[in-house]
Design a protein around this ligand. Sequence first.
Ligand SMILES: O=C(O)C(=O)C[C@]1(C(=O)O)C=C[C@@H](O)C=C1
Length: 251
Amino acid sequence: SDNITLDSLRDSLEKQEDFIVFSLIERARYPLDSPAYGHSSCPGRQSCSFAELFVRTTEEIEAKFGRYQNPEEVPFFSNYLPSSPPGLIPSFKFPQVLYPKAASVNVSRTIWEVYFNDLLPQFTTKGDDGNYQQAVASDLICLQALSKRIHLGRFVAEVKYRSSPQDYNPSIRSKDLKTLTELVTSEQVEAMVVKRVKKKAEVFGQDVTLDSNGNQTTYKVDPLFVSNLYKKWVIPLTKQVEVNYLLRRLG
Ligand SMILES: O=C(O)C(=O)C[C@]1(C(=O)O)C=C[C@@H](O)C=C1
């Protein structure tokens, strides 16, 4: 856990951008497919959407096979997860970096709501092609990628705190959200991230054609949508995770 530095975490955040852009591109292959988000029957509960049922069921299987042994992974429906049968998962000791009382900081609910209500209709076309399983499987990949990125804020906060606890302690004690937010903010880094993800969306998502007549470049996902996603949601939620984590750091 001593090997983790702010630079290594920023490196990880940068690599995760590739996966986030690719997963958005993959989901954008299908239209909105809105029936997948309407209600269907859900065992043991009154009702839930087809998408929610798919995510719950997949998380159950992934939990059994050890996905959440890695503290970087955060499920959307932690209440229903089964434990793994003894001996199934090869043993591995993940470094324990997080402060136990702050590790459970979680914005999964917000990510879920923002993704389905705000984001999805923006980067998919209108329409229904019946590929509901494929669409929600791609949604889950996007959701997991966004959640992992945003919840990495817990590790970023831990590393920042360890490097200068004296800077943070007074604001943690007085629960001063404004100062804590200022302390974790680097506007320069944020501007660079937003610019870089736009470029990645341009490079990874441009439609490739051999036709040299039309020189109008088109993209599978609008690069401006991707940079706005980061500016409006991904970075602010990461900072919210950082601040909420710090608030529990002395508990
Ligand atoms: O790199 C950091 O220091 C972070 O805290 C991560 C992050 C981000 O979400 O990309 C968030 C807050 C900072 O203002 C800069 C960047």
